[in-house]
Ligand binder design. Structure first.
Ligand SMILES: Cc1ncc(COP(=O)(O)O)c(C=O)c1O
Length: 372
């Protein structure tokens, strides 16, 4: 049925969501009774179920009638405290409690619950930030991993840039920006009086030394980090609860005050049962985060090995949940226009990655991509 009213042009001009398209391809492939199984590496979602303790606390919290009420706009105090402590631990900040009880050894931690807002997923955190910082006509600088700060003499370049956004580890490229580069962007943002926004949805999957989780950057250690930095996070990947919709925004209270106004008009509060369930559990889930991160790291290595064995294909970068692949063969006209394929390696087991090698060789043959 045709609509008797207009859709906003910006919405009409935006591509429809890609994942449902990929899911439709999968359904159509399966409906043809294929001889080979479907290898679905399309979506960056965790493969495993949430930790059993999370599932059981979620059940308890959801069945408590009080969790059906509206909660505090910026999130449950226990969860905000717990997130602040997790950040202090991961980023090696002063004031983190070695026993994880949330009562810091330093009376003045540089990052506290006052810096944490809980949102309905990281996407909502980003949207509220856009609304808070970017009036109509302004723009956002989204540097790629290869953009150098020295080439961006002014992030404004004639336009009214309000924020520089870095996604690290990145979706879709998987690239992980080193702390030194993130710091350069921080200084540039500070110099030009714009916010540096880090989307750290995949922060739990930064590899550190000796099999430990890595420290993504050292900016939270700066005394006045909140004057320039905003960090967005997600519970979807590390804690494997994408359907429960929880994210976070870490910023100066002076900014969170405005985020509160926007959240009150949009989400009112993030879903309460997962907040109530996770708050007390976060410190106990650190070993689980570490083991998911190491399993993913070994899967990425397996992926590199597998792709490296197929003529003409190479992995461009990898990190977090992703590893895009470059198809560099002659021929293959159908792939000429878009020579990059994004592979999500988190939602499959190692066996699927191994099967990818023969599948890409077959694809080379079928699409005439054999280099002659
Ligand atoms: C970089 C990035 N940011 C945000 C999100 C969405 O996170 P959430 O589920 O917390 O909204 C995703 C999901 O894939 C992502 O890749």
């Amino acid at each position: 049925m045709a609509l008797n009213f207009a859709i906003a042009p910006a919405v009409e001009g935006t591509n429809s969501p890609p994942i449902p398209k990929a899911q439709a391809w999968a359904r159509s492939y399966l409906s043809g009774s294929p001889s080979l199984p479907l290898l679905d590496l399309s979506q960056g979602v965790p493969r495993d179920a949430p930790h059993p303790a999370v599932l059981s606390s979620l059940a308890d919290a959801s069945s408590d009638p009080s969790s059906a009420r509206y909660g505090p706009i910026l999130g449950e105090p226990t969860l905000r405290e717990a997130v602040a402590e997790e950040i202090r631990v991961q980023y090696g900040l002063q004031g983190h409690a070695p026993n994880g009880n949330g009562h810091g050894e330093d009376p003045k931690p540089t990052l506290t619950a006052e810096n944490v807002g809980i949102t309905t997923g990281c996407n909502m955190a980003f949207l509220t930030l856009l609304m808070a910082l970017c009036p109509p006509g302004s723009s956002v600088l989204l540097p790629s991993q290869h953009t150098s700060t020295t080439r961006c003499v002014s992030p404004s370049n004639g336009k009214s840039v309000r924020m520089i956004v870095l996604i690290t580890p990145n979706n879709p490229t998987g690239s992980v920006m080193p702390p030194k580069v993130i710091r350069e962007w921080y200084h540039l943002a500070r110099e030009f009086g714009v916010a540096l926004v880090l989307d750290e949805t995949y922060r739990d999957f930064v590899e550190g030394k000796g099999g430990q989780r890595g420290k993504p950057h050292d900016l939270f250690g700066l005394e006045d980090w909140g004057s320039t930095l905003v960090s967005l996070g997600s519970f979807s990947k590390g804690y494997r609860i994408p359907g429960h919709r929880l994210g976070s925004i870490i910023a100066a209270p002076a900014l969170l005050k405005h985020i509160t106004t926007i959240c009150d008009c949009m989400q009112i509060c993030a879903p309460r049962p997962p907040q109530i369930a996770l708050g007390p559990l976060l410190p106990t889930l650190r070993p689980d985060l570490l083991s998911s991160s190491s399993a993913l790291s070994s899967r990425r290595h397996l992926f590199h090995k597998t792709i490296g064995s197929v003529p003409g294909w190479s992995v461009a970068s990898s990190g977090g949940f992703f590893a895009p692949v470059w198809e560099g063969l002659k021929g293959g006209e159908q792939l000429q226009e878009d020579r990059w394929l994004r592979f999500a390696v988190a939602n499959v087991d190692d066996e699927v990655v191994v099967q990818l090698g023969p599948r890409l060789r077959r694809m080379n043959e079928l699409m005439g991509m054999i280099d002659d």
